[in-house]
Design a protein around this ligand. Structure first.
Ligand SMILES: Nc1ncnc2c1ncn2[C@@H]1O[C@H](COP(=O)(O)OP(=O)(O)OP(=O)(O)O)[C@@H](O)[C@H]1O
Ligand SMILES: [Mg+2]
Length: 511
């Protein structure tokens, strides 16, 4: 039976009666001017700092500075469609990003939107990008190691879970390479890695992705990419978003590592935005709050107390120096708010000592206690021998040395140096590192020229798996190494060394 007009009227009245018609107050602001990724907005007096704003047409931004009569907002999307006179509303919420297991293996932008041509991220929940750092009583001491797979770092500047270690050096000295090797090394551990790219070239980001996908465990990594071509707003929030995503695992009792590549570019973006919003410039034209901004960020790295689940978040921020100048504003800031720094030297890099770690300037302030006892037992001697060698080398640069004792010491130093150099994408396991250093300490490598060591190192893992599998398994499980285990490791290296000793026929490379 067709509806009669009266029925329709009655039903409509009924629906209307049940609909609450109340006035709703909403502040609607007006864009006064827009340009360079910044919008100046009037008419939104109640907006909070970092509050997410919605512009006409659905684009997003967030409040960066609040003045009495206007606010400055940073646009998160390209600003073409926003113009003076556009309407804008506050959302009452700060900028949030998705967190959860659904992010693992994904490449996302700093707002958590997919960049890998896959479905949107399945978020466990959305969390604000700025979160308070754990309080002192919520923290525990750093006692568990983070292996980087790089002998020079694991032996001399060991890192611990919950530590903040700055990787700092000039352009193209292998800063990113160290972070990538560390991420790849987590294939053998349970750390979730978050790589945050800020202001990086797309090709550089692609190289990192490629490396982790081919040699690491990408299914336990999250890539947050605010590349050089992204809006300054997106680049600005990237480190904060990355920390929020990593904290999810820390807060559930898990362990996470976040790499920020790099904070120098982040500081430059912050300076750019601050100058555009007319904040007063300070030293090197950076606004005065840059130190506080980065301190606040890095304080979120922590080892949590047992009561809070004992999770940890380790941070590896990266910073770039200009001609090795560590005393510029941003480097000094960052050095003072981290627990140590790995300093890379472009001269060592040029001399093919890679990774070019400057052992005099580098330091790890809290990781020593976290170093595995087996590694600690064999690395103390190396540190001393190497330091003495570097000093001797400077003294003996011009003259021939006749003293046989000094000659032996020099030869030993050369071997240490060759051992500490390492190619990219070939991180060592704990057992490999212990075996090589123990063999060095026992003199098992004494007959070898330094040139033979890279090849020996490349064969180490396979050899140990063959003849010292028990010791390897014990160390991989975090156990202690007994005397027999140590002997097995050293013997394995000894036979490798015997094969490689000069005068022996060239051995074919393993398939
Ligand atoms: N251990 C290594 N052995 C050999 N080559 C290396 C090693 N580490 C880095 N490199 C090479 O050095 C170059 C620079 O490395 P990388 O991009 O990691 O440096 P960076 O300091 O991050 O550079 P940028 O300043 O451009 O970010 C790359 O070509 C890389 O392959
Ligand atoms: Mg880099």
């Amino acid at each position: 039976m067709p509806d009669s007009g009266a029925d329709w009227l009655a039903r409509s009245r009924d629906v209307l009666r049940r609909t609450a018609l109340v006035p709703e107050a909403a502040s609607i602001g007006r864009v006064e001017e827009v340009g360079d990724g910044i919008a100046r907005i009037s008419g939104l007096p109640d907006v909070k700092l970092n509050e997410l704003l919605r512009f006409e047409g659905g684009r997003a931004g967030f409040a960066m500075t609040l003045d009495a009569d206007a606010i400055s907002a940073v646009l998160l999307d390209e600003g073409a469609a926003i113009e003076a006179g556009s309407r804008v509303t506050g959302t009452g919420a700060v900028v949030r990003v998705p967190v959860g297991e659904g992010l693992l293996g994904r490449v996302v932008d700093p707002l958590g939107r997919p960049l890998d041509r896959q479905d949107p991220v399945a978020a466990a929940e959305y969390r604000p990008i700025e979160r308070p750092a754990p309080a002192i009583i919520d923290r525990d001491l750093v006692t568990e190691p983070v292996g980087t797979g790089l002998l020079v770092i694991d032996a001399l500047f060991p890192l611990g879970r919950g530590q903040r270690e700055l990787i700092i050096g000039d352009r193209a000295t292998g800063k990113t390479a160290i972070a990538v090797d560390t991420m790849i090394s987590q294939k053998h551990a349970d750390l979730v890695c978050v790589y945050v790219a800020v202001g990086q070239r797309a090709t550089a980001v692609e190289r990192v992705l490629e490396a982790v996908r081919s040699a690491g465990a990408p299914e336990r990594c999250i890539f947050v990419v605010g590349e050089a071509s992204a809006s300054p707003g997106l680049q600005w929030i990237a480190p904060f978003a990355g920390f929020t995503m990593a904290e999810y695992f820390r807060d559930r009792g898990g362990h996470a590592l976040v790499v920020v590549d790099d904070l120098t570019k982040h500081a430059a973006t912050h300076r750019e935005l601050a100058l555009l919003t007319h904040e007063p410039p300070g030293r090197e034209a950076y606004p005065g709050d840059i130190f506080y901004l980065h301190a606040r960020l890095l304080e979120r790295a922590a080892k949590l107390s047992k009561a809070l689940g004992g999770g940890s978040l380790t941070a590896l921020p990266i910073a770039e120096t200009d001609a090795g100048n560590l005393s510029a504003y941003i480097p000094t800031n960052l050095i003072s708010i981290t627990d140590g720094q790995i300093v890379l030297d472009s001269r060592l890099f040029a001399a093919d000592q890679r990774p070019p770690v400057d052992v005099g300037l580098s330091v790890s302030r809290v990781g020593g206690k976290a170093q595995h006892p087996a590694l600690r037992a064999v690395s103390g001697r190396v540190r001393l021998d190497y330091a003495q060698f570097l000093e001797l080398e400077t003294f003996t640069r011009f003259g021939g040395i006749s003293d046989t004792r000094i000659k032996a010491q020099m030869a030993r130093g050369e071997r240490i140096r060759a051992l500490l150099a390492q190619p990219r994408l070939a991180p060592l396991r704990l057992a490999d590192e212990v075996a090589l250093l123990a063999a060095l300490a026992d003199g098992a490598l004494d007959g070898l020229p330094p040139e033979a060591l890279p090849d020996l190192r490349a064969r180490t893992a396979r050899a140990l798996d063959g003849v010292a599998a028990d010791a390897v398994a014990t160390l991989a499980a975090g156990g202690e190494l007994d005397g027999a285990g140590r002997t097995a490791l050293v013997d394995a290296i000894r036979s490798l060394a015997a094969e490689a000793a000069p005068g022996r026929p060239e051995r074919p490379a393993p398939p």
